[in-house]
Design a protein around this ligand. Sequence first.
Ligand code: SF4
Length: 316
Amino acid sequence: MEIKFDLTDKINKDYIIELINKNDVFYLAHISYKIKKEFANSFHTCSISNSKSGVCDQNCSYCAQSSFHKTDIKTYNLLPKEEIYKEAEKAYLNDVRHFGIVTSGYGYPKPNKEFEKILETIRYIKERLNDLEVCCSLGVLSEETASMLVETGIVEYNHNLQVNPPKYKELIATTHSVEERINTIKILRKYPIRICSGAIIGLGETMEDRINLAFLLKDLNVDIVPINVLIPIKGTRLENQKPITAVDVIKTFCAYRIILKDKVIKFAAGRETIMKDFQGLILACAANGMLTGGYLTTRGRSVEEDKELIEQIFKF
Ligand code: SF4
């Protein structure tokens, strides 16, 4: 079943399921690698600032910042712009050119004081580091707040759908709907910015769920697809969730590469903790991006170690 590159746009769900069911992970990795080499032979790194942490009134199952969970994370209100700038500068000096401001909470359906402060922070960073691309992940937006963010100069917005939409209520949250999140993506898609939207895997979803989400992300024409592997955090609803296997993660990344062809597929949380020695395999054959310098509430490897790894990968 050799793939023809000019047919990659016609790949359908049956083809992917058939490939996965062959249970030959290296054959899948081989096809994924060929597509990656041909269509996605670049590498995207970004760092994030956890600019407002915890005390969230939403009940996302995996999240240490939900007030429905009892975790020992540090909680704080929106950081002052000078502090967020310092984090941006640190990332910049480490050669990272994409920097994301992330806040806990449902989102900003209306502009409020806090939202105005975020806009001010974006301007503050852009005035000082004008070739740093500033991104945001602030939750649900409306037409009004989306246009204000775009006017302020963000180049990218992150808004993960996390799971196959029909499973959202069961696996993610009941305090908001997946439709609201899809609507935010549709609003933002009208603007010439990059949309970053992906998945969290290992929550108890099936491979078919993951594949359905990949096809939806393709239809929504998102540019960047981060994949997080669940790190069960003590005190959250999923603290006892059985970790998925390395093989399952590799299969998922390869399937996403084959479906999403030239999109940036970014390996986010779980890269070091869950995949350990196998993270290099995924970066070599499927993913072409990573979140570096730590995650929202868990630590990662150093940026220096990641830089060395990326250099090695390009020697493949
Ligand atoms: S993922 Fe975001 S919205 Fe959900 S609980 Fe965590 S901080 Fe709140």
